[in-house]
Design a protein around this ligand. Sequence first.
Ligand SMILES: C[S@@+](CC[C@H](N)C(=O)[O-])C[C@H]1O[C@@H](n2cnc3c(N)ncnc32)[C@H](O)[C@@H]1O
Length: 227
Amino acid sequence: MSAASYDSYEGLNRLALDRAGQAEAFDAIGDRYDDAFPHKEGQLAAGAWLAESLPAGSRVLDLGCGTGVPTARQLSDAGHRVVGVDFSPSMIKLARDNVPAAEFHRLDIADLRNGRLGGSGSFDGIAAFFSLLMLPRAEIPYALGMLHDLLRPDGLLALSMVEADVDDFTIPFLGNSIRVSGYLRDDLRRIVHDAGFDVTGEDSFAYAPASTDVPPEIQLFLHLRRA
Ligand SMILES: C[S@@+](CC[C@H](N)C(=O)[O-])C[C@H]1O[C@@H](n2cnc3c(N)ncnc32)[C@H](O)[C@@H]1O
């Protein structure tokens, strides 16, 4: 797929998108998410790259913002205009409490394609930390195409995923079940390239979460520029 038009989701069968249980799981998890993932060196480093590479006052989307900590807060503290999106009402409430200077919207990632938060080129930067991994693989290239379109030319995307060769795979997660997808790193690089991004930096971290029911993982962080 090449860099997408704003209706990049048109090629996907939207009726086949199954979100059942996903937002409910994050509603139930709430701020236990931050307790289970206390070490965020990789995310903070990628967030710092994004924050410092953009001019002050940039409009930055935090996609799947969770509790707003650390990323929306980090970007907001750096002087950017942060717009956070998450489909979990609990997460949005926590984010609003944690980062009053940012604006937050309860929306599905797929709903951004309709220009709900601005049209083509309306963001200077995007952070998508561990949120695209909640989508089935069939959707991820379309979501990346949509993010490409939301960014201005030369806009930046900080993306993190867990390295795993899985598609819509059910895992236990903090007492709930969620479905996740992932790629091996060569495949991830190819998919972001096909969506119209240049990889300008990359990092990986081996990570053992504090919670026993979440397996150890390799976290991949990509620094991307809209080509
Ligand atoms: C693993 S958490 C990551 C949270 C945050 N980005 C971080 O790294 O600290 C994934 C977040 O994405 C949200 N999410 C998952 N799928 C989504 C979707 N289709 N639309 C909007 N939000 C979604 C979840 O509610 C959750 O808050």
